[in-house]
Ligand binder design. Structure first.
Ligand SMILES: Cc1cc2nc3c(=O)[nH]c(=O)nc-3n(C[C@H](O)[C@H](O)[C@H](O)COP(=O)(O)O)c2cc1C
Length: 399
């Protein structure tokens, strides 16, 4: 039997990945109250290593307190004091033969100051339609601090032994709000033209590269589409990806879509209204009558406006990027069947695929594909895992 392309090795910079399936960053909510990785987090990741994944990308880790997520128990990498706990996790993953890359992030306006203890930061004083808290328009000093924090966080990741870092430049978090005209209305050197909106990312990439050295794998996750007026488009994403490549400091680009206020765009599929009202703040605190009213009148209206789930829903945009750059491309979003994924790689639309929801449900999906036991993921895209991550740790709610 011919070897499936899915199980051939490929590189991200100096790192060889044994197959083309990557675990996409998915906030675990398994860190302790200071953001230190825990044994439970290791056991959760071990499931992916045992299940045959090529590379784990961790859930996002906060680079500074102002960028801490409002979601349950975020991992942090904002202080040297956290390095030993990260090292323990990484050593344990390496001992069982896994590869692990730390996603570093600043949540920007997609959090609450009650969680961060500091004002929210954004390119412009425009609140996110979901969190509804007015952020502070960042000064040049704020921007320099953020750039430095990404560099320091990446240097800590390297010291802890991670195989690389991924910079979170997607999903409406801080760096992606600079890229998007929906959230960036500045008229100084950080806003206006795409070159200006990209400036902070260019600086982050260069600062990270300077601290981690030339051989350390660095990836960036970008949005191809936002579902917002004036928001990022696939065409603009192609230009952004070219700027990433031209900066000469990055080894791969992962392509995704959506923001928190855009609804179930990043994670397409179900609109789990019961889970929203059970687990998600502020909705879970509403009175029974308010919940009933919203479920009857608002939910059906909002549901209709969600883009439908289609297999590999970011692949067409990712293929446009792949055509335009020579860096390896990782495509995430709706990758579900072995046949679809093999074709996407074999036809040169992407180099790797990454999966989030299917692996929460079936961490051993890569091995099942390899053994021919399974042709497609069992995940039904119900999105309860997404919603529950606000107040609970990660798991599949349909199992
Ligand atoms: C529970 C959950 C948590 C997530 N957390 C993150 C995260 O920390 N960083 C990130 O870049 N994407 C995060 N995502 C988005 C996924 O990486 C991915 O882009 C999205 O779920 C679409 O892929 P899928 O169809 O394979 O689930 C999360 C998704 C889920 C389901």
């Amino acid at each position: 039997m011919a070897m499936s392309i899915l199980f051939t090795a490929a590189h991200i910079g100096t790192m060889e990945i044994p197959n083309r399936m990557i675990r996409a960053a998915s906030h675990e909510g398994l860190a302790d109250e200071r953001g230190r990785p825990t044994d439970e987090q290791f056991r959760f990741y071990k499931g992916f290593v045992d299940g045959g994944i090529g590379l784990i990308i961790t859930g996002y880790a906060g680079v500074m307190q102002s960028g801490k997520s409002a979601l349950f128990n975020m991992t942090m990498i904002d202080s040297d004091e956290l390095i030993p706990s990260h090292s323990r996790l990484v050593d344990a993953i390496h001992q069982i033969g896994g590869k692990i890359l730390l996603q570093v992030a600043h949540c920007g306006r997609q959090t609450w100051s009650s969680e961060t203890g500091e004002p929210l930061l954004a390119p412009s004083a425009i609140s996110c339609g979901f969190y509804r808290e007015m952020p502070k328009e960042m000064t040049d000093d704020d921007i320099s601090n953020v750039v430095e924090s990404f560099a320091k966080a990446s240097s800590r990741a390297k010291k802890a032994g991670y195989d690389g870092v991924e910079i979170h430049g997607a999903h409406g978090y801080l760096l992606s709000t600079f890229l998007s005209l929906h959230s960036n209305r500045r008229s100084d050197k950080w806003g206006g033209s795409l070159e200006n909106r990209f400036r902070i990312i260019g600086k982050v990439l260069r600062a990270v590269r300077e601290t981690v050295g030339k051989d350390y794998p660095v990836s960036i996750k970008l949005n191809t589409y936002e579902n917002a007026p004036h928001g990022t488009s696939p065409e603009e994403c192609v230009l952004t990806a070219k700027m990433v490549e031209d900066a000469g400091c990055c080894d791969a680009v992962e392509l995704s879509c959506g923001t928190n206020e855009g609804g179930f765009v990043m994670a397409r599929g179900g609109f789990p209204s019961d889970a929203i009202f059970n687990y998600m703040r502020p909705y879970c605190t509403y009175s029974h009558t308010a919940k009933l009213f919203l479920k009857t009148f608002a939910v059906p209206f909002i549901k209709k406006r969600q883009p439908p789930f289609t297999e590999g829903y970011n692949l067409a945009a990712a293929a446009m990027v792949k055509d335009a750059i020579s860096l390896p491309v990782i495509t995430v979003g709706g990758m579900r069947s072995k046949k679809f994924i093999e074709e996407a790689i074999a036809t040169g639309k992407t180099d790797f695929v990454s999966l989030a929801r299917p692996l929460i449900c079936e961490p051993d999906l890569p091995n099942k594909f390899r053994a021919g036991i399974s042709a497609a993921a069992l995940c039904k895209n119900c999105n309860e895992c997404v919603v529950a991550s606000d107040t609970r740790h990660i798991r599949c709610y349909r199992k």
